[in-house]
Each structure stands twice: as structure tokens, then as C-alpha cells.
Design a protein. Structure first.
Length: 379
């Protein structure tokens, strides 16, 4: 039985949290959007196994258009400015298949758009918006793909956007902060390209830390990115070992031969590891050295430069240790420390992603092609 190729269009609204995280009463609202609509197109190839005399599959090549629609007026409960993502031209055998591919494409866009919004979010101490698609409000259009019908019967067949920020104060002292992102920062075609595992991991962790997660959860995801750098770029931490291999072996031999001390193999292994890992500088300074090597030595908060030094990294590491190993701390101080740390890490990790993205970029410009395969005939 032959399947049918359909051409699908879908429009789905993109939503994000507009209010301060983890508070019961809101007096500040943050809105983010685009001033103008941005779109891109790329190739889609659908490989069909239904075309007569082409048992290895026949490729239908067409264009998919993805548009980020800037909505400047509120409607149906959606607050302006808002954004919708429109996909035109998905070639699939069913709406179920089209839904799978659409969610993958829009998911990538949501992650990258969240990163861009974060860069233009000058109120990270209040909220950290995470862009998500509301698929419950998606609008679909389906039509039969004409080139496929013909093949069965015949055989082989951007603008300039300004950054705006305004503050609207009402009688109830309710603030609405609006930021619009420049069009040149919306690179949909590049956002859809496959990324290496390192960059994919970092983007996923950053994205997970946005939205309405609790501060400790946010910190967990953001510090995982720091630990990635500590391991990945270990050779750039400028640390020197305190003890040579020969000296460590001498200490271990003494312990093995000392009858007064009962040292088992597990204990010796731990001592061996600890001695070999000892260096002339601590973890906080190592992290500073790695970040500085990456070109990350400061960030800007409210127009003021904040230097990334040993004091800052020591505070982050101390919070991390209390989170993983426990430690008593007043609840108010605890919440304040996590919120401050999250804001700092958002600034730092944004630069980490930028650094790794540069490392991942090749010399030749890449283009995205969506490949979809139809069902193969059963033999």
C-alpha cells in the first residue's frame, strides 16, 4: 500500500516567564520580543520508496521556510510583544511525523533564542526567561504534495531591528520592562545546524537553568558548565604538582612497610590519588586561570564591570560544596547567595558558550538541510 506525502504548515506561539521567580506577588514584569519578523529558508529532502522503477528511493527536494513572527499587539490573552514560530513546507507522510520534526526544529530555536534573550536581559537578578513552544495552541495546515502525485503517474519526478528598552510605571507601581532584540542576532539557519557534544551539553545546561526553576536547581545546572571547563581545559589552569611520582612512591612504600599502621589497599589508593592531585594553587585560582585563558576575565552588570577573580570563584565553589555536601546556613542568606551566584554564572556561562561556539565553528560556512525518509516497502 502506497503512502501519501503531505505538505505541512504550522504556526506555534513561543512563550516565556515574564515575572520574578519564586515570589507570590509580582510588581515587575519583563517582556522580550522582536521588532520585526525574521525568516530563513533551507532545503528539505523527502526520500520516497513508492515511485515506480526507483526501488532505492526517490528524493523530492523542496524548501522549508521558518519565520519568527513578531506580534506587536496583544490578542487572545497573549501579551505583546510576543513571538510565534511558523514553519512552511514540511514534507511528511502524516501529521504525527510532521509534529516530531517540527518539535525538533522549534526546540532548537527556543534554546538559541533563550540564549539571545538572556544576553539582552539586563534584569537577570529578577528573572531568567526560558522560551518554550506552546504546542497546545499550534495551528496546522495539511495539503497533498503535488510533485509526489505527479511522480506516481508520470514516473521520476531579514531587516534592521533597533534595541528598545522602556519602563512603564502605573499608579500601582507596576513596572513593565521591554527589550527588543536586533535582527542580526537572530540566525535561525545557524541555530538549526548540528552541534558537537560539548556545545550541545552547554546549551542544554544553560537552557535548563532558565525559566521558573528554584535557585538551587538553576545553580546546579550552571555550575555543571563550570565543572565542564575545569575538566576540558585542565591543562590551562597553570597549576604545578607539589609531589613528583617518585616522591609519592617513596611515601607509599613507607606506609606499606610500617607495621604500626594498618593501611589497606583502598586507603593506599586514596592516599596515592590525593598526593598526585596536590598542586601549588587551589581550585578557585585554577578556575580563574582557565576562565582568563578563555578570555573571560570580567562581565558587565548594570553598566559596571565585575572582575572575575579568586574571591568570586571561591564564593561560587563554597556554594557548590554546601549544595553537594550539605552545610548549615540561614535560609534568607542561603537564598540570597544562590540568587547572586545564579546571576553571576549566567553572565560567565554566556561567555563560555560563546568561546566553545567559536572553537566549534569551521572555516567554511555550513547550510542546513532537513532529510526525511518515507516508509520502505516490505519485501
Amino acid at each position: 500500500m502506497k503512502s501519501i506525502i503531505y505538505k505541512y504548515d504550522v504556526m506555534v506561539p513561543l512563550v516565556y516567564n515574564r515575572f520574578e521567580n519564586n515570589v507570590s506577588e509580582h510588581d515587575t514584569e519583563q517582556r522580550l520580543g522582536l521588532k520585526e519578523t525574521v525568516s530563513t529558508s533551507f532545503d528539505v529532502i523527502f526520500r520516497s520508496y513508492d515511485i515506480p522503477d526507483v526501488p532505492d528511493g526517490y528524493d523530492f527536494k523542496d524548501k522549508v521556510i521558518i519565520t519568527l513572527v513578531a506580534n506587536s499587539e496583544s490578542a487572545d490573552g497573549v501579551v505583546a510583544p510576543s513571538i510565534s514560530c511558523m514553519i512552511n513546507g514540511l514534507l511528511c507522510e502524516s501529521k504525527t511525523d510532521a509534529n516530531v520534526h517540527a518539535k525538533i526544529l522549534v526546540g532548537r530555536i527556543c534554546k538559541e533564542l533563550s540564549l539571545v534573550f538572556s544576553e539582552f536581559n539586563f534584569n537577570r537578578h529578577i528573572s531568567q526567561p526560558r522560551v518554550e513552544a506552546d504546542w497546545s495552541l499550534a495551528e496546522w495546515k495539511e495539503e497533498r504534495y503535488k510533485p509526489y502525485r505527479d511522480a506516481l503517474t508520470k514516473g521520476k519526478p531579514g531587516g534592521i531591528i533597533l534595541v528598545e528598552s522602556n519602563l512603564v510605571i502605573q499608579t500601582s507601581v507596576y513596572a513593565v520592562l521591554t527589550n527588543l532584540v536586533p535582527a542580526e542576532r537572530i540566525a535561525i539557519d545557524q541555530w538549526l545546524l548540528s552541534k558537537n557534544d560539548d556545545l550541545e551539553f552547554l546549551i542544554n545546561e544553560y537552557y535548563s537553568a532558565l525559566g521558573t526553576e528554584m535557585p538551587k536547581s538553576k545553580f546546579f545546572h550552571l555550575f555543571a558548565m563550570i565543572e565542564f571547563c575545569e575538566v576540558k581545559y585542565k591543562e590551562h589552569n597553570s597549576a604545578n604538582r607539589l609531589y613528583s611520582d617518585e616522591y609519592v612512591e617513596q611515601i607509599l612504600d613507607v606506609l606499606r612497610k610500617t607495621k604500626e599502621v594498618d593501611v589497606d589497599k583502598d586507603a593506599l589508593a586514596e592516599i596515592n590519588k590525593a598526593l598526585r592531585q596536590r598542586t601549588d594553587i587551589g581550585r578557585a585560582q585554577k578556575l580563574v586561570n582557565i576562565l582568563h585563558w578563555m578570555g573571560i576575565d570580567k562581565f558587565v552588570r548594570f553598566g559596571e564591570e565585575v572582575l572575575i577573580d579568586k574571591d568570586l570563584t571561591s564564593e561560587l565553589i563554597d556554594i557548590r560544596n554546601k549544595l553537594f555536601h550539605g552545610g548549615k546556613e540561614k535560609q534568607d542568606d542561603d537564598g540570597r547567595r544562590y540568587k547572586n551566584a545564579v546571576e553571576q554564572l549566567l553572565y560567565i556561562n554566556e561567555q563560555i558558550i560563546r568561546f566553545v561556539r567559536r572553537q566549534d565553528a569551521g572555516d567554511e560556512e555550513q547550510s542546513f538541510t532537513l532529510m526525511i525518509e518515507g516508509q520502505k516497502k516490505s519485501s
